[in-house]
Design a protein around this ligand. Structure first.
Ligand code: FAD
Length: 445
């Protein structure tokens, strides 16, 4: 019989919660220790004067093979986004372009020469397996300099608030590399994948937490019941025989400890050898600015939002039309926009104070939308240390972490194997599989 050990999870952000909920879903016994007063970590929804602003994760693509079962088991509520979520925009060269599948090719978003070069992608030779390139180098090699640079900037801004020439494509966008590795081309690989989809399988679509991600995190925590402990700052984690001793306001012991903290915080509590490698993590600060007001004063097209391309002088990386695609994000007849600044793409923008950031967001939102924006409600949320950057060298850093770690001590969260919540769920499932195998081995011993 499988002996399921108690698993201590340090950190009650979405990363730690998903690991703990997956362990519990399988019949295991997790214990989450969280320093703060509640669950959710950086996904700390702001609710104020009828506005609901998500300062971190705001949308999820569901169904997802790993995330959906955990959310369902925990009874965490998600609802489909409004149909507007399907409409996406790009702002580049002082123009707002709507991305509407192949029809976007007919717009002036890229030149005719670049379109012709892009069509040669299926015949571009793949690079050596296991080699790493920056996101920009990879996409420019495959699709040509103009389309590659544009695509890399949009992907880097939209997912990591990152610099496309610094991000490792293999670490940050492994699915792109997998298409090239498997099919020799992203286009051919993408078509093969679409054909392989089971007929009638639901297509993943944007979903949101109706009362915000902080409520979703609270629902995950309440699934854990008394095994979620808030106000429990962990001070150290050390081994004692085959147990891990976790010390904070009290002491807890287990065969397995999962540290789901941002690496700089993890480095302070784990054994020194691992802490030294963790301290090298690359993280960049980010600011999220909410702009709310009457619909006439805060206009927004129907859609999800606009990503900002490489050929403009804006510091905004992306502008999300929050109240257009998610219900109840603003009071009736009011709207909410969300602008993202900073990251690896532009860390120095964080030197601006809140009033300057609001002024910048307001002015640039007006330029993106082509109309004056006059918010009556504003909010700035700063994330520090911020968003992990999977730069060139990230895969080797992960190898060094694995070498410096010890049996029964694991890392989880958005700094390692994927930055979005679905990647956190995928990693939680992989970790739970490993823990099950370790439990079986112990049972046989
Ligand atoms: C601007 C922005 C937009 C985003 N948008 C999306 C999106 O739309 N969709 C998506 O899927 N993802 C999105 N993300 C990513 C998503 O928010 C993260 O993947 C996720 O919230 C990270 O969770 P985590 O648990 O790894 O880290 P954290 O949230 O940092 O959690 C770590 C937890 O550990 C606790 N802690 C720290 N020190 C200690 C200690 N010593 N003892 C105990 N506890 C401790 C902290 O209080 C915190 O609760 C976005 C992120 C940002 C910044």
């Amino acid at each position: 019989m499988t002996r399921r050990p108690k698993v201590i999870v340090v950190g009650g952000g979405l990363g730690g919660l998903l690991v703990a909920c997956e362990v519990k879903r399988r019949g295991g016994k997790p214990l989450v220790l969280e320093a703060g007063p509640g669950a959710g970590g950086v996904a700390a929804t702001v609710r104020d004067e009828g506005y609901l602003l998500e300062p971190a994760a705001g949308s999820l693509l569901l169904p997802h093979p790993h995330l959906s079962p955990i959310l369902e088991a925990a009874g965490a509520r998600v609802v489909p986004a409004l149909p507007a979520a399907r409409r996406r925009y790009v702002y580049n060269r002082d123009t707002l372009f709507e991305l509407a599948g192949p029809k976007s090719l007919a717009t002036g978003l890229v030149s005719a020469k670049a379109k012709l070069r892009m069509l040669r992608e299926p015949w571009v030779k793949p690079t050596l397996p296991d080699s790493d390139e920056s996101l920009a180098a990879f996409l420019e090699r495959r699709f040509g300099p103009e389309v590659g640079r544009l695509g890399a900037t949009l992907m880097a801004h939209g997912v990591f608030a990152g610099d496309p020439s610094e991000l490792s494509v293999r670490a940050a966008f492994p699915a792109f590399v997998a298409l090239e590795d498997q099919a020799g081309s992203m286009v051919r690989g993408g078509i093969a994948r679409m054909r392989a989809r089971p007929k009638g399988a639901p297509r993943p679509a944007v979903h949101v937490a109706p009362s915000g991600m902080a409520s979703l995190a609270a629902e995950l925590a309440s699934y854990l019941g008394d095994d979620f402990r808030a106000d429990w700052p962990v001070e150290s984690i050390r081994s004692d025989g085959d147990e891990w001793v976790v010390t904070g306001p009290d002491e807890e012991r287990a065969n397995t400890a999962v540290v789901a903290l941002i690496p700089s915080a993890a480095a302070r509590v784990v054994p020194e050898e691992l802490g030294t490698v963790l301290a090298e993590a690359e993280i960049a600060p980010v600011a999220v600015v909410g702009l709310g007001g009457r619909s006439a004063d805060v206009p927004a097209p129907t859609g999800f939002g606009a990503l900002v391309g490489p050929d403009c002088d804006l510091r905004t990386l992306g502008l999300l039309f929050e109240s257009s695609y998610a219900p109840d994000r603003a009071p009736s007849r009011h709207r909410l926009l969300k602008a993202i600044f900073g990251g690896g793409a532009d860390p120095s923008v964080l030197a601006l104070d809140d009033a300057q950031l609001v002024a910048l967001a307001t002015e640039e939102a007006g330029r993106i939308l082509g109309v004056a924006v006059q918010p009556s409600w504003t909010r700035v949320v700063r994330h520090s240390p911020g968003i992990p950057q999977y730069s060139l060298g990230h895969p080797e850093w992960l190898d060094r972490l694995a070498t410096a770690s010890a049996p029964g001590l694991h890392l989880a969260g958005w700094a390692y194997h994927g930055i979005g919540v679905s990647s956190l769920a995928q990693h939680a499932v992989r970790l739970a599989d490993e823990l099950d195998s370790a439990g079986k081995a112990r049972g046989r011993a």
